[in-house]
Ligand binder design. Structure first.
Ligand SMILES: [Zn+2]
Length: 510
């Protein structure tokens, strides 16, 4: 039975004015049925490590409904029914068996919830699965097959996600972050869910229009806190208010995935296709015209340059970001070149948080606080990536934990206070230091594995320095190895020509 019919078009003004009508009465209970589930990871295809089941946090059932991340769903008048949400720290490609297992669980749970009026898909958008291209497209296409053609699908994305025609052809609504650094994660999911609720309530089936933009920039050049990112993203809320427009998204894409879909894009959700096309083309043209303006927002240099600069600085703390190995961008986080250079320069009053090295952390836990021991540090996850540093270390702090993966040890090596963590993780918030007994503002030099600094660390940096270090997210993108599968894009092809084209979803009404 066809559960309902949809209006083909509706103006946003009409939609917003009629807010008091009761919700859809299609389901026997009188309430629409809405499920949610997704998978999120950013996968560098230049990484030699793989994301496996142990790397994912997988929430289902009540644990998912009650999770802090989705607490906002409780404010809606109908329950969002949980399936599976899997999330992992950015890293390498996802092992195929891991993806297949999570996807099968998602689809199985989705089937038990049928019939559905809506499905919210919280995704990242830059997943790469071994042996598969366009992994989010695969996930969404599979979901569509289960829920059928009438169910409305609304996806939320990171602004570093890659979009494809398959993604656009299988969903109805799309919302991406509008800030980098990302301070609108929940706001974006709320946009996505509010739009889904609204369309179900008003019986609207919106149409997606998108415009791929053959430009690929690292996030470190395309923050929304400086130009041209600032002005490009600042216009989105206003464009969102045009009649017949439900969501306007502009995405940087993810440059460290060598696959055909990787590119920037503009994605518009609405009921006024002509306006959507106009906005998509305008945003794509503006982004293209700005392509040569994208620059790093901070002082950059080699590792040695940044250390010399930090040591000579008369202000503090100098924050040095080891950008090629940043775990929140897909870096392995086990590289030790910066540690080697700090020791070579005999840097003093320096804190380095941190290097992922489970064997070294375990040795510190076995030795105990106060012990001195020889350690080999770094290169444990990717031995081909970097050489370990051998040094004598004194254990000064151990995080109390029974879980070996949660171990974090603070050690002193000459003038350097170093954090060793058993699992890959960032140290981008002040609390990441203070909970280890470290006061970041007291050090002359702080080293973090990061790209652009987080909103908490950026105001502290005096000066801020980004080392253009090697790693699986090397910023020297045009010289990335095995750069074969991407379609021609700037800056990989410097003299490319481009005319924006708006493409309408295959789900548009005939
Ligand atoms: Zn991102």
């Amino acid at each position: 039975m066809k559960r309902r019919s949809f209006l083909k078009t509706a103006s946003a003004a009409t939609l917003i004015s009629a807010v008091s009508r009761t919700l859809l009465a299609a389901a026997p209970s009188g309430q629409p049925r809405i499920a949610f589930g997704g998978i999120g990871i950013e996968s560098s295809t230049y990484s030699r490590i793989r994301a496996r089941m142990v790397d994912f946090s997988v929430l289902t059932g009540d644990a998912l409904t009650d999770s802090q991340r989705f607490a906002f769903l409780k404010k809606y008048p109908v329950p969002f029914l949980p399936t599976v949400v899997a999330a992992a720290t950015p890293g390498g490609p996802v092992e195929r068996a891991t993806y297949d297992t999570i996807k099968a669980d998602f689809l199985k749970r989705l089937k038990t919830l049928l019939p559905l009026d809506g499905l919210f898909l919280p995704m990242h958008g830059a997943m790469f699965v071994d042996g598969m291209e366009d992994a989010e497209g695969d996930w969404m296409e599979a979901a569509r097959k289960v829920v059928g053609p009438d169910c409305l699908l609304s996806a939320s994305y990171d602004l570093h996600g890659n979009v494809s025609q398959r993604v656009i052809d299988n969903i109805d609504m799309f919302s991406a972050f509008r800030t980098a650094p990302h301070i609108d994660r929940e706001e974006t999911m709320q946009r996505s869910c509010a739009m889904l609720m609204h369309c179900i309530e008003k019986r609207i089936r919106p149409t997606l229009v998108w415009a791929p933009i053959p430009v690929l920039m690292p996030g470190e050049r395309s923050s929304t806190t400086w130009e041209p990112g600032q002005r490009l993203w600042a216009q989105l809320p206003k464009l969102n208010m045009e009649p017949g427009i439900l969501d306007v998204s502009l995405l940087v894409g993810y440059v460290w995935a060598d696959e055909p879909r990787s590119s920037a894009s503009a994605v518009i959700t609405g009921t006024a296709v002509a306006t959507e096309k106009k906005i998509a083309v305008s945003l794509a043209q503006q982004y293209w015209d700005a392509r040569k303006e994208f620059q790093f927002g901070t002082e950059t240099g080699t590792i040695d340059y940044c250390i010399e600069r930090a040591m000579k600085a008369t202000t503090h703390p100098a924050i040095l970001a080891d950008s090629g190995d940043n775990p929140t961008g897909g870096g392995t986080s086990d590289r030790a070149e910066v540690l080697e250079a700090l020791l070579r320069y005999k840097a003093q009053n320096t804190v380095f948080a941190g290097i992922t090295d489970q064997p070294a952390a375990d040795k510190c836990y076995a030795a105990g606080v106060g012990a001195s021991l020889p350690l080999s540090i770094g290169g444990t996850l990717d031995p081909l990536g970097s050489r370990p540093v051998k040094a004598n270390a004194k254990v000064v702090f151990l995080v109390p934990t029974k879980d070996p993966l949660e171990r974090e040890a603070v050690v002193q090596i000459e003038g350097i206070t170093l954090v060793l963590s058993a699992k890959r993780r960032p140290y981008h918030d002040i609390a990441d230091f203070t909970r280890l007994g470290l006061k970041p503002d007291t050090y002359k030099i702080i080293v973090v594995k990061s790209g652009y600094l987080s909103p908490e660390l950026a105001p502290l940096a005096n000066p801020s320095l980004m080392a253009l270090s090697d790693g699986s997210i090397n910023q020297d993108i045009v010289h990335l190895p095995a750069n074969k599968r991407r379609i021609p894009s700037y800056p990989f092809v410097a003299d490319l020509t481009f005319t924006p084209k708006a493409i309408v979803s295959a789900r548009a009404p005939a």
